[in-house]
Ligand binder design. Structure first.
Ligand code: SAM
Length: 917
């Protein structure tokens, strides 16, 4: 803020002080600072001089003495204006804090020096009625004269920007100002309604003055000054607080008129603080508004026009040539950009194959022919153009699809893991098993190849498939590309690289059944899932382990395998963790792969979704009521216990039938007759009948069960089964019963021990004493029983095996020919837990390895209890089923039957069971 040399003139006009009692003292000692202070601290009054004069009129008659000529107005204009002008010049923006104040003070009394007069005294000086002094009071009120102030923008000193001279006559005021300007060096161009700074006597001020004289004050400056003086809107209380006591009284008297004064302005935009047009300084002279020449006003800056329209330019004749020049100079108008689409991409040039079957193998052609939607229509298929070959193949074959299981079925963190155990991906012989194992028990079965055509792809009609032989180069006429009967090879390829998805299964902790296995991916119906591998041990070794190594175990992972040997999966694959269910979704099936038996878990008749727990029916033989375990599978048809197959839970027959059954089962001869009546004339069954004469009754009854056509006999058998199962005491084979009934107590114990040894899984309570009491004698008896069984099954080789001297390990001795029979497909069938589908249904499942197995399950007898020594098997397919396989399922018989049927032009024999029928 610039200091203004106003002290002397202020002293003169002290008496004319209208307001601002806080105006700085006139003490020359602090003139500069006091001025500065006053300018900054003293707000401009909101009370117009006019009103003030009116208010003070009655109280201050002395004011009438004063005349305009005596007034030497000291106009103190704050440095606001000057500063703004300077800023406008220099482009700087410095804070401007003070307002323009025009103060007219009466000349001080001669006796009082302005410097010595106390401020209090000064502030109490009377306020002069300027209108009277100026002689304008005769005009009366403006409103009464019809003046309208609606459209007049009135800036008063209360607005802080303009020196509102109230009723001062412009001429007189101009004289006074001219006089004052000699001292203050500040001009007020009242006639023009503008102020001009005569500027201090400095080059800068001269420059400013020159500029301001040449051009009117910029509008923005004007506006700026107005706004900066906005402190004028301070309320009256603030103003009054600055007055002295007398001043306050004077104002308070005039307050009553304030509303009236304000009422004049209430309908103005200004009153409502609405700025509708650039603010201009207005000057009121003699109570009238002085129009400002608009030409002298700086036009408000127009916002830059963004674009000049061509039409407007055309309308303007002067600018037209220029526009045309611009047009000519401008480049040609760009065409609108059009999006370019790639019509062909990576596979451009590959046209849809004319021969749609080209490149497809036989099976794919066959499938394609069955999908009319994919057959060629004559038009190139552009909706599925690339890669058309693989795309077509994919459409035909489909592919496994699975969302990442981590997304869909994440296991909660912190899953418990089973205790460390050794895994084994291949079966391994342990102990004597290797020496007893016949290297080529099934090898002779591969003497002939399947008779499939390439187009068949070794589907459900493949005899290898029917016999549960996996095709390979030795027994199949086609390579893998055309053969679909290579499940174990597929499994090996799938899991070779590892990975959770390829392996497809993982161990999970179930709520009440210990660990279990769930799928990590989807599986098709009958698709191979995982192999059950472990150590192949003899029955003797199994017995030893159970008595010694596993005696404290809660679970056993033993499964009857082949050649009277056992797979101990305690060291093996995770398939051992698969739990039992009475409504399973999987089957445990034994196949012959490259001449060797292998067990694997296959999906059931329906696909398996990701996250499902995998289960199969143990067909569990508890051996003893003590070993019966409660089943917690939770399926609607749960049998309640981990017991044998559903056959035994069927409703019992009426009493008559039961009696008849009992009568029928009394002698083997009767049974044989029944058998001869009801069974077909197959050589297999003939052998059964022959052998049945020397077998036990139980065996014959079991043999009847092979015949699915003999309903009555089957019911009879079922009845007996039900009785046995209801008691849950001993679901023993006939051989075991015989031992239990007729043989010595020790023999029974021995048989029981043998059963348990093979029985396998999760025998909750073990008979330690029975195993310990096993004697050579009882073992021999049991062996004899076994021998008898094998004779009854018609295996000539069994005689040789039985004739051999037996020991405790005799029961584990491999029996070459019987072993061939013991690998029977029925094993897989019985092991399968889900209900067997009709054979026709199995056909519809086509191309999956286990489809035929499912069909064979239907046709083959489903026997639960074994009749021989090895009936002690629990988890595996029952002995009897094995025997049925032996009877009806030998590869030779099946092949011969198939060949015969083929020679007769009849449909191929599908299953071994069909032969049995
Ligand atoms: C081969 S193990 C299966 C894996 C076993 N859950 C584990 O944790 O190791 C068989 C045992 O699992 C249990 N188990 C399997 N399925 C069952 C079921 N449906 N109900 C009750 N227990 C079952 C029984 O204790 C049975 O002896």
């Amino acid at each position: 803020m610039a200091a203004i040399e106003a002290t002397p003139i202020m002293a003169e006009l002290d008496s004319l002080l209208l307001c601002g009692s806080s105006f700085t003292s006139n003490d020359p000692t602090d003139s500069a600072s006091s001025n500065s202070t006053s300018m900054s601290s003293t707000p401009p009054t909101t009370v117009s001089a006019d009103s003030m004069s009116l208010a003070s009129e009655p109280d201050h008659p002395k004011s009438e003495i004063a005349t305009a000529s005596n007034i030497e107005a000291v106009i103190t204009v704050t440095s606001t204006l000057e500063t703004e002008i300077e800023q406008h010049e220099s482009g700087q923006q410095t804070p401007i804090a003070d307002d323009a104040i025009v103060v007219a003070e009466p000349p001080p009394p001669p006796e009082l020096s302005p410097a010595s007069r106390p401020r209090r005294a000064r502030s109490s000086l009377p306020v002069y009625n300027l209108s009277k002094l100026m002689g304008t009071d005769v005009h009366g009120k403006r409103r009464s004269k019809g003046d309208s102030v609606v459209d007049k923008r009135r800036r008063t000193i209360s607005d802080g920007t303009t020196a509102n001279f109230g009723d001062l006559d412009a001429t007189k005021l101009g004289d006074a100002l001219a006089k004052a300007s000699q001292t203050t060096k500040i001009e007020v161009d009242a006639s023009a309604g503008r102020r001009s700074s005569a500027v201090l006597n400095t080059p800068k001020s001269a420059r400013i003055a020159k500029k301001s004289s040449l051009s009117p004050a910029p509008a923005h400056l004007t506006r700026r000054a107005t706004r900066l003086s906005g402190a004028s809107t301070e309320n009256l209380a603030t103003k009054l607080s600055t007055f002295s006591k007398r001043g306050k009284k004077a104002v308070e008297k005039g307050v009553g008129r304030l509303p009236r004064e304000l009422l004049r302005l209430k309908d103005t935009n200004e009153f409502a603080h609405i700025d509708t047009r650039p603010v201009r300084y207005t000057v009121w002279s003699n109570g009238k508004y002085i129009e400002v020449d608009p030409s002298q006003e700086t036009p408000a800056p127009q916002p830059p026009r963004k674009k000049i329209k061509v039409d407007e330019n055309a309308a303007n004749g002067e600018e037209k040539p220029a526009v045309e020049e611009q047009k000519a100079a401008a480049p040609a108008t760009k065409k609108p950009r059009t999006k370019k689409w790639l019509e062909k991409g990576l596979y451009a040039g590959q046209e849809a194959p004319i021969d749609i079957f080209k490149g497809l193998n036989a099976q794919e052609k066959k499938k394609l022919a069955s999908i009319p939607e994919l057959l060629p229509t004559g038009k190139p298929n552009r909706t599925f153009p690339q890669p058309m070959y693989n795309g077509l193949r994919m459409l035909i074959n489909g592919r496994d699809f699975k969302l990442p299981f981590d997304v869909c079925h994440p296991l909660p963190p912190g899953q418990p893991k089973p205790a460390a155990y050794r895994t084994m991906t291949k079966n391994r012989f342990v102990g004597d098993a290797a020496s007893y194992w016949k290297k080529t028990p099934h090898f002779g079965d591969f003497a002939s190849r399947c008779v499939c055509q390439p187009a068949d792809g070794c589907d459900e009609d493949c005899q290898n498939r029917i016999m549960l032989y996996e095709c390979d180069d030795t027994n199949c006429n086609f390579g893998k590309a055309h053969c679909q009967n290579r499940a174990f090879q597929d499994l090996q390829e799938r899991t070779k690289k590892g990975g959770r998805y390829r392996v497809g299964v993982e161990v999970v902790k179930t709520g009440d059944r210990g660990y279990g296995v769930r799928s990590n991916r989807c599986f098709e119906a009958n698709q191979i899932i995982m192999e059950y591998t472990g150590e192949i041990i003899t029955e003797a070794e199994c017995e030893r382990r159970m008595n010694e190594e596993y005696k404290d175990n809660e679970c056993y992972y033993l499964m009857s395998f082949d050649q009277n040997m056992i797979i101990d999966a305690t060291t093996g694959s995770i398939a051992r963790f698969v739990n039992h269910s009475c409504s399973p979704n999987c089957r445990m099936i034994k196949w012959i792969v490259a001449g060797q038996p292998r067990m694997a878990l296959f999906a059931g008749d329906r696909p398996i979704m990701t996250g499902e727990e995998l289960t199969y029916d143990y067909n569990f033989d508890p051996f003893s009521a003590k070993n019966v375990q409660k089943c917690l599978c939770g399926s609607p048809n749960c049998r309640g216990v981990l017991g044998p197959k559903p056959k035994e839970v069927k409703p019992p027959k009426p009493a008559k039938d039961e009696k008849k059954t009992k009568a029928t089962s009394k002698t083997s001869k009767v049974s044989t007759k029944v058998l001869s009546k009801t069974t077909t004339k197959t050589s297999v069954k003939t052998s059964v009948k022959t052998s049945a004469k020397i077998s036990t009754k139980r065996k014959l009854k079991d043999a009847f069960e092979f015949d699915g056509d003999d309903e009555e006999e089957a019911k009879t058998t079922k009845k007996r089964k039900v009785q046995a199962a209801t008691g849950l005491k001993r679901t023993l084979s006939s051989a075991s019963r015989k031992v239990a009934k007729g043989a010595a107590k020790g023999a029974a114990k021995s048989a029981a021990t043998i059963k348990r040894s093979v029985a396998s899984i999760s025998v909750a309570a073990r008979k330690k004493t029975a195993a310990a009491k096993m004697t050579k004698t009882t073992t021999t008896k049991a062996t004899k029983t076994t021998t008898t069984v094998r004779r009854a099954l018609g295996s000539g080789a069994a005689k040789k095996a039985a004739g051999k001297k037996t020991t405790a390990a005799t029961s584990t001795k491999p029996k070459p020919k019987t072993a061939v029979a013991s690998r029977s497909p029925s094993l897989t069938i019985v092991a399968a837990g889900s209900p067997a589908p009709a054979q026709k249904e199995a056909k519809s499942v086509v191309t999956t390895p286990t489809a035929s197995a499912a069909a064979s399950k239907k046709d083959l007898p489903r026997l639960t209890m074994s009749s021989g020594k090895t009936s002690s098997r629990k988890l595996t397919p029952s002995r009897k089923a094995l025997e049925s396989g032996l009877l009806a399922g030998s590869p030779a018989s099946a092949r011969s039957a198939k060949m015969t049927a083929a020679a007769k032009g009849t449909p191929k024999i599908k299953l071994v069971g069909a032969a049995a029928n």
